[in-house]
Design a protein around this ligand. Structure first.
Ligand SMILES: *Cc1c(COP(=O)(O)O)cnc(C)c1O
Length: 389
């Protein structure tokens, strides 16, 4: 009896059906690798979307300790959270919603990335009223998402009547096709950004995400902005660098059942077993970001792989059988000797044995989406396994 937990509080880390093991050593190694590749430019870290789903607190703390002093977030709300773990860093807010976030930026010392002439007008009048505060400028060089047009940016840089409160510390742009190294769009954007950068002489410049860093020295400018590479995702079509896997996702087996050839599995009876099978029914589903498109069968609109995803245990790949459901997914464990897996054991969803990006591809998506969809039901273990040699 004395081993029983005392209260509900003691139980808050018990009873999970799945877990994420997040290797902080690998995360830091990946950032350092990007830092090396970025040199002589400085290397920031993009920690938006809760650090690509891995936990902005842990991620920004670890990278801050590793020496990172520039962080990018999407929203001011995220910026406030990161500020608490990166006291001396510069934190840029990319989705700058003006008017409205001036106070947050001042109190949390965040740098808003102005993305339109309207933003510039709002910001300069706020600075006229409340005093100078640094800002950054986003320029659209070919994505049509955020940013002043190149013409607007150049005109602004030449305007000697520019308001006194206007003090950009960074001019940035974002590549649309960096993951396809020989895409002609890359060079077009580079030419446009060069023009903008030279018109803002003396102000720091930032251009490249993870994939952009690999496009060569011309693409580095002063500050790089890697995201996915830090988190262990594949960097587009680039063969190198191989980032270290950071996250291992595993699910627990709820029950093991046997089914006969000719029987079907899961909703829609979309898979008909072609042999007598042993099935591990696991505590994972699309509510955990194990996307329905990863189903073994019964998904009409899947881009690439008609077979769906597989898990892994004991050196064996274990295909998903039938549809992924909200909380449960069936894996075919027939190829593993009877008795080797039992209820409560773990099956790897992705990690060292199953590449994150292979799972993503099986569901017709990208590693980014898989990571940022992970959800809140996992037990999260932070470890330091593969720290630098
Ligand atoms: C998300 C984002 C990045 C990081 O991109 P990765 O491909 O994850 O390296 C960099 N810059 C901007 C503007 C972004 O939105």
């Amino acid at each position: 009896m004395s081993d029983l937990p005392h209260s509900i509080e003691d139980l808050k880390d018990e009873g999970h059906g799945a877990r994420l093991t997040i290797d902080i050593g690998a995360l830091v190694d990946n950032w350092r690798a990007m830092q090396k590749l970025s040199s002589p430019a400085r290397c920031s870290a993009v920690v938006k979307a809760d650090g690509y789903g891995l936990g902005a607190k842990t991620v920004s703390t670890a990278l801050y300790q590793a020496g990172c002093r520039d962080f990018f977030v999407a929203t001011a709300h995220e910026g406030v959270a990161v500020r608490q773990h990166a006291p001396e860093a510069r934190i840029y807010v990319m989705n700058c919603i003006l008017p409205g976030i001036e106070q947050i930026c001042r109190v949390a010392e965040l740098v808003p990335v102005l993305a339109s002439m309207q933003d510039v007008a709002h910001w300069t009048s706020a600075c006229a009223a409340n005093g100078e505060h640094p800002c950054a400028l986003q320029v659209d060089t070919g994505m049509n998402r955020l940013g002043l047009t190149v013409a607007e940016a150049v005109a602004l840089s030449n305007d000697i009547t520019r308001p006194a409160g206007f003090s950009p510390v960074l001019v940035m742009s974002h590549l649309a096709c960096a993951d396809v190294p020989d895409h002609p769009h890359n060079n077009k954007q580079l030419e446009a950004f060069r023009m903008v950068a030279s018109s803002f002489g003396g102000i720091e410049t930032s251009f490249s995400n993870s994939a952009g860093i690999l496009l060569g020295a011309d693409y580095k400018f002063d500050l790089t902005r890697p995201g996915i590479a830090i988190y262990g995702g594949a960097v587009g079509h680039h063969v190198k660098p191989r980032t270290k896997p950071v996250v291992t996702a595993e699910t627990r087996i709820v029950t093991i059942r046997r089914a006969k050839r000719g029987e079907t599995v899961s909703y829609g009876a979309s898979v008909i077993l072609d042999r007598d099978s042993r099935i591990a029914v696991c505590s994972i589903g699309y509510a955990d970001g194990y996307l329905r498109a990863l189903s073994g069968a019964g998904v009409v609109l899947r881009a690439h792989d008609e077979r769906g995803a597989h898990g892994h245990a004991h050196g064996t790949n274990l295909p998903v059988l039938g549809r992924v459901t909200m909380d449960l997914t069936a894996f075919d464990i027939t190829d593993i000797p009877d008795g080797m897996l039992k209820a409560g054991d773990f099956i790897e969803l992705f990690g060292n044995n199953v590449a994150l990006d292979d799972v993503a591809r099986a569901g017709g998506t990208i590693g980014y989406e898989l990571l940022t969809s992970l959800g809140s039901r996992y037990q999260r273990l932070y470890v330091n396994r593969s720290g630098e040699d």
